[in-house]
Design a protein around this ligand. Structure first.
Ligand SMILES: [Zn+2]
Length: 123
C-alpha cells in the first residue's frame, strides 16, 4: 500500500526559456543553501532550467576518469554545481549592496537598474 505522490507536472519545452534576473558575468551573492553569503561571478546561466553556476559556490567533488588521449588526468575534481537563480541576488557594482534589479526602459531599451541606488546594471 503506497501513497501515490501527486507531483505537479511541470510542462517545459525546449523553447520555454525563462527570463532570468541574472546574466553571465554578473556579480552575485548566494542567499540560500550551504554557501549562503558567498559572492562570486556567474559562470553559466541555464535559461531552460532557471539555474545558474556561480564561481566558487556549491562546489561538488566529482570523480574524473583519466582520459590520456584528451590529456585529462584522473582523480577527484572540484567543480561548481548549478543552483537555482532565485537563490542568488545581484551585487550592485555601484553601491555594493545585494539587490533585485528593477526594469527600466531607457531609449526604448530594457535595462536592469539597481533598486537601491538606481544605477544601471547593464553597462
Ligand atoms: Zn546600487
Amino acid at each position: 500500500m503506497g501513497i501515490v505522490s501527486n507531483k505537479k507536472e511541470r510542462k517545459m519545452t525546449n523553447t520555454d526559456k525563462k527570463d532570468l534576473h541574472v546574466k553571465n558575468g554578473d556579480r552575485v551573492i548566494v542567499i540560500a543553501g550551504k554557501d549562503k553569503g558567498k559572492i562570486g561571478n556567474i559562470k553559466k546561466v541555464d535559461r531552460t532550467t532557471g539555474r545558474v553556476t556561480v564561481e566558487g559556490a556549491n562546489m561538488v567533488t566529482k570523480a574524473q576518469k583519466p582520459q590520456p588521449a584528451a590529456g585529462i588526468q584522473g582523480g577527484l575534481i572540484k567543480l561548481e554545481a548549478p543552483i537555482d537563480s532565485s537563490n542568488v541576488m545581484i551585487v550592485c557594482p555601484a553601491c555594493d549592496k545585494a539587490t533585485r534589479p528593477a526594469m527600466k526602459v531607457i531609449d526604448g531599451k530594457k535595462v536592469r537598474v539597481c533598486k537601491k541606488c538606481g544605477e544601471q546594471l547593464d553597462a
